[in-house]
Design a protein around this ligand. Structure first.
Ligand code: NCD
Ligand code: ZN
Length: 335
């Protein structure tokens, strides 16, 4: 008997870009309609790197998502923080996000050398603040994550009590690392479970599938998918939904980022059903994250049903989602 519907308890998006101003106003409600909470990334044009900025940004997110049951889990942009700054911010954040300088959108203020970051990382370990990492070197684009795995090993060994989340993993090597260190966790996006570099650049170039880290090889996708479908307890769903205006995507010098927030849950349902893994979707989109971070999102359930839906060509005329204009087999039931 095929399943016709599935109710998810408190679905969470553990890696989300909500931006600011009009863009926040457009995309905030789309995430808040489907998720009970999300980890909000701090890479605004001026990074969120003080408690005052974090609280002000949380207000903006709350205003944009009002009317929905939705809890934003805030993050700070990594820089050198004093003990006092960390202690003051700790009750208000989920973790601190480290970007290597220039690795992705709005990361110019990121870290130039990991060694120089270690005194703050040690303070985070002492205070029990998780470290979230964009794990890419500045090497050849297909090898950037693989090269970064040595840094993950080093951090995991040097700071055994630090919770480290390898954000948006894209390689089989990163999946394997989850089992090598107790204190390493990971998020994986929708697109990296579905596509390879072929979908981005193997035929006509598809800018709407271009993101950092770039999609990798079929064997990488297979390893990510197996871990997600098997509800690997250290792997969480994090969409990395990263909206850019169409003019910044369909141009020369396309910005990195795939917009998936409003389609993520139905596409995941379709994918998990196809691979006979629907019973593990709850763990992947909520339970694992709740166990890993000890977060307590507000009560909310979302029912997905096997009702086809056509994905819009754009949202607000400006943001083009993954699979724009295509039909998918599942949708979120609006009661
Ligand atoms: C993200 C963005 O646009 O902010 N882009 C992306 O390609 N994933 C940043 C990031 O998470 O790398
Ligand atoms: Zn991201």
């Amino acid at each position: 008997m095929p399943t016709d519907s599935l109710t998810l308890d408190r679905p969470l998006d553990m890696h989300l870009h909500l931006r600011e101003k009009e863009m926040l106003g457009l995309v905030g409600p789309l995430s808040a309609a489907h998720f009970a909470g999300a980890v909000v990334m701090p890479n605004l044009v001026r990074p969120v790197d003080s408690l005052a900025d974090l609280l002000a940004y949380r207000e903006q997110v709350a205003a944009a998502t009002s009317g929905h049951v939705f809890m934003p889990f805030m993050t700070l942009f990594f820089r050198d923080y004093s003990d006092e700054e960390l202690a003051a911010a700790r009750p208000h954040l989920l973790g601190i996000k480290l970007y290597p300088a220039g690795a992705t959108t709005n990361s110019e203020a990121g870290v130039k050398a990991i060694d120089a970051a270690e005194s703050t990382i040690r303070r985070m370990e002492e205070q029990g603040i998780p470290l979230l990492v964009h794990g890419e070197t500045h090497g050849f684009v297909m090898d950037r994550e693989s090269e970064f795995l040595a840094i993950y090993r080093h951090l995991a060994e040097t700071f055994p009590k630090l919770r480290i989340t390898m954000e948006h993993i894209t390689t089989a090597g990163a999946v394997a690392l989850l089992d090598a260190f107790e204190n390493l966790f990971a998020t994986v996006t929708l697109q990296h479970l579905l596509i390879t570099l072929d979908d981005v650049a193997g035929g006509l170039l598809n800018p709407h599938l271009f993101c950092k880290p770039i999609a990798k090889r079929p064997e990488d996708r297979a390893a990510l998918l197996a871990a997600a479908l098997g509800a690997h307890p250290k792997l969480m769903f994090g969409s990395d939904s990263a909206p850019h205006p169409r003019s910044r995507k369909e141009c020369c010098g396309c910005a990195a980022g795939v917009f998936t927030a409003p389609i993520a849950l139905p596409v995941l349902a379709e994918l998990f059903e196809k691979h006979h893994g629907l019973e593990n979707l709850q763990a992947f989109v909520s339970d694992n994250a709740r166990a890993i971070y000890g977060v307590d999102p507000p009560a909310k359930s979302i029912t997905l049903s096997r009702q086809p839906m056509k994905i819009p060509e754009s949202y607000g005329g400006t943001v083009v989602p993954m699979f724009a204009g295509e039909e998918i087999g599942w949708s979120v039931r609006s009661d």
